[in-house]
Design a protein around this ligand. Structure first.
Ligand SMILES: [Zn+2]
Ligand SMILES: [Zn+2]
Length: 270
């Protein structure tokens, strides 16, 4: 039996998620039975305090409401500095699957340094072209200017048009803002990150809670305390995973007997 998953996306993200979900008997249907302005307005109305996971869930629930489907899918990406190495960029993706019948959410998350996310203010065509090369243009699109600029444009994919627009912009402004276009259909690297997230969602959907049998049962945090292989003291490295069901809160600690090198030990290597 095939179950339908409604997915609201204007950026062809279904390309990245359809296959992994199809193998589990889900048919992803892009929902276009709505005015995209409605979603735009909806997105702007999401208060800033919503987390990325909550925003993805809102989209999944909206997909169910608009289509009367039992399942809805929501995707939300964010870009910023790497959590440990702040000079590197970082892409964090969330996919939320909402089961309207059981009022149950399954989240898959994926963080990766593989992103071309960057921006730069340029003062010459040469400078702009070297930024573009690093950003993997033209396979990855660019954005020129800010919404207030007359020359503002998203989704730039053609080099000669890009140069022409730049020359025009640099006649009126001393410098021009450039940034990478992170929308999935304009950015194959981002699309790949969403595909990786979909594979994680596939794994989670195959894993059911031992108590209530709803899918999505998986690790929710790491348990620190792996033992040092020299002094046998507990380190800050994980010795296992804590698994918890989001629905009935059944939980387990899955601890493996593992030792780690003394380089990670606060006693041996303070
Ligand atoms: Zn459960
Ligand atoms: Zn030690």
């Amino acid at each position: 039996m095939t179950s339908k998953i409604a997915f609201l996306t204007c950026h062809q993200k279904q390309v990245a998620v359809s296959d992994p979900l199809k193998s589990l008997g889900f048919e992803v249907e892009v929902c276009d039975a709505f005015n995209t302005d409605e979603l735009g307005t909806f997105t702007n109305e999401i208060p800033r305090h919503l987390s990325q996971q909550q925003a993805a869930l809102k989209k999944a629930q909206l997909a169910c409401e608009l289509t009367q489907a039992n399942f809805g899918l929501g995707s939300e990406g964010s870009f910023g500095p790497h959590p440990q190495v702040h000079l590197l960029p970082w892409n964090y993706e969330v996919l939320a699957l909402w089961d309207a019948q059981h009022q149950h959410a399954v989240y898959a998350v994926h963080g990766t340094p593989e992103t071309n996310y960057s921006s730069q203010r340029v003062t010459s065509v040469e400078e702009a072209l070297s930024f573009a090369r690093l950003a993997q243009f033209p396979s990855h699109a660019l954005i020129m200017g800010s919404p207030a600029d007359t020359y503002f444009q998203k989704g730039i994919q053609d080099e000669s048009a890009f140069v022409k627009q730049l020359e025009t912009a640099l006649q009126s402004d001393a410098s021009v803002w450039l940034e990478t276009d992170m929308r999935a259909h304009m950015n194959p690297t981002r699309m790949n990150a969403i595909a990786q997230t979909a594979l994680k969602l596939q794994q989670l959907l195959k894993s059911s809670c031992l108590q209530c049998h709803l899918p999505g049962y998986g690790p929710t945090r790491l348990i620190p305390g792996a033992l040092c292989n020299v002094c046998n003291c507990a380190t800050r490295l994980p010795k296992g995973e804590h698994w918890e069901c989001a629905s009935c809160h059944f939980q387990e600690d899955k601890v493996v007997d593992t030792t780690v090198s003394a380089a990670n030990c606060d006693y041996c290597n303070p």
